[in-house]
Design a protein around this ligand. Structure first.
Ligand code: HEC
Length: 91
């Protein structure tokens, strides 16, 4: 019980840090370190519309175009953490 409470109290900063780790491992090679688009054709995440969280969750879990799907690699909570990271680094 106590541990559940403390996980929930972890809050957004912890989510951000996990999100950053997941991003560095799985997204940075295509979308660029710190979301700086390396100038390849991949989507510029700094311009992803902030009001389209549902679309983010869906594209990341199912994949889109040349982007692989991550739904089997990450659980929904981890994809939420990625969203925290991406939405905070928005332009
Ligand atoms: C193999 C390279 C590759 C990797 C790895 C990758 N992406 Fe992508 N991503 C792309 C490409 C290419 C597109 C453009 C897809 C399109 O619109 O055809 C894209 C598009 C996106 C979009 C926009 C989708 C939309 O709805 O328009 C988001 C959000 C995104 N990526 C997030 C991520 C996240 C988060 C990760 C890490 C979990 C990640 N990507 C890993 C290549 C990659």
């Amino acid at each position: 019980m106590l541990s559940i409470v403390s996980v929930q109290a972890g809050g957004v900063d912890e989510d951000y840090e996990y999100g950053e780790e997941l991003y560095d491992l799985s997204c940075a090679n295509c979308h660029g370190k710190n979301m700086q688009n390396p100038g390849t054709s991949s989507f510029n995440l700094k311009e992803f519309p902030l009001d389209k969280k549902e679309r983010f969750l869906e594209s990341v879990s199912k994949g889109k175009g040349f982007m692989p799907s991550f739904g089997k690699i990450f659980d929904p909570e981890e994809i939420e953490q990625l969203w925290v990271y991406v939405s905070r680094n928005h332009n």
